[in-house]
Design a protein around this ligand. Structure first.
Ligand code: ADP
Ligand code: ZN
Length: 306
């Protein structure tokens, strides 16, 4: 399978990273494209993939890990689209369709960026070999990807773990920054929440500032909520805010306190860890997604994707 080429796209709200790869250590070419208007961005992506196919060979599969909300249901009329984003111009944009068409209708897989990053970490990183794991990114927003028994989780729509409710820290009266819910997890614990609450860019808040105790309290609740619903064997916390590495031990300690011995943190130490693939988790996750689709099609003898 490793000789089949995957067209991989990590589609973010600020930038896209596109690549043609035959495996995690065989990225033949990659390019960063700023996310501007849908027309301009998609045209640049089509241009990149078309040239890459001429230079290196045609891909056998297209795998996209996207920002959201997005429609991941192959049976839906809006499959492959960004749906109701506040990002100007992108609501109801078909992202998958034009790319797939430019590749001659190759089999395709469309996932969330966080589920793709989680799969990358499961395949080659901090959750290697696990079948139950969760990945949160704590950055400009908060997103989460979830794997249960080897499957990336979607229900009626995809998880929106950044918008789960959390109990307020007794010392925190900040109103929250989520434009939908104010004081959900993202509203209280994202990078912009830290900045607005403390009137300091998150990266400039000193390591011994009480901000991090409060931040850890919210992130530990997020971990606890996932433990209560779909127990992972490992929690991966990534994104810009987690460059504050003191948070890992703080979150794990708070999690143990909040769990009061009731929740099983499993046998892997530590339970709360940083990603190992760093900034490449999303893109490599797309490579893994593409390879998984090819493998499952080879097993079932299918020739076309959804
Ligand atoms: P995005 O979420 O836009 O993809 P990032 O994951 O890099 O990008 O997150 C950006 C957020 O992370 C910003 O709010 C920024 O203030 C915050 N951030 C970046 N570096 C640090 C740091 N060293 N410490 C704390 N916060 C940081
Ligand atoms: Zn919210």
């Amino acid at each position: 399978m490793s000789d089949q080429l995957v067209a991989a796209l990590e589609a973010g709200g600020t930038k896209m990273v596109a690549a043609l790869a035959s495996g995690p250590s065989d990225i033949l070419i990659r390019e960063r494209i700023e996310t501007t208007s849908p027309d301009e961005t998609i045209a640049k992506l089509v241009g990149f993939f078309s040239k890459a196919a001429v230079d290196y060979g045609a891909p056998a599969v297209l795998a996209v890990g996207t920002f959201g909300p997005a429609d991941l249901d192959p049976k839906s009329a809006n499959y492959g689209m960004i749906t109701s984003t506040p990002k100007p111009g992108w609501s109801l944009t078909d992202l998958l369709g034009p790319l797939r068409k430019a590749m001659g209708g190759v089999p395709a897989v469309f996932e969330t960026d966080v589920n793709a990053a989680l799969l990358g970490e499961v395949q080659w990183g901090a959750a290697r070999g696990l079948r139950d794991a969760v990945y949160f990114t704590i950055g400009t927003g908060i997103g989460g990807g979830l794997m249960v028994n080897g499957d990336l989780v979607h229900g009626a729509g995809h998880p929106e773990m950044g918008h789960m409710r959390v109990t307020r820290h007794p010392d925190d009266s900040f109103e929250g920054v989520c434009s939908y819910h104010r004081d959900c997890l993202e509203g209280l614990a994202s990078g912009p929440a830290l900045e607005k609450r403390w009137n300091l860019a998150a990266e400039d808040i000193p390591k011994d500032h009480p901000a991090w105790e409060i931040e850890a309290y919210y992130l530990a609740q997020a971990c606890l909520n996932v433990l209560a619903v779909a127990p992972p064997r490992r929690v991966i916390l990534g994104g810009g805010v987690m460059h504050q590495t003191q948070l890992f031990a703080l979150v794990q300690k708070k999690l143990a306190e909040l769990g009061r011995g009731y929740f099983d943190l499993g046998d892997l130490e530590p339970f709360v860890v940083p990603p190992q693939l760093g900034d490449d988790a999303g893109l490599l996750g797309c490579v893994a997604l593409g390879q998984r689709l090819l493998k499952s099609q080879a097993m079932t003898g299918q020739t076309t994707g959804s």
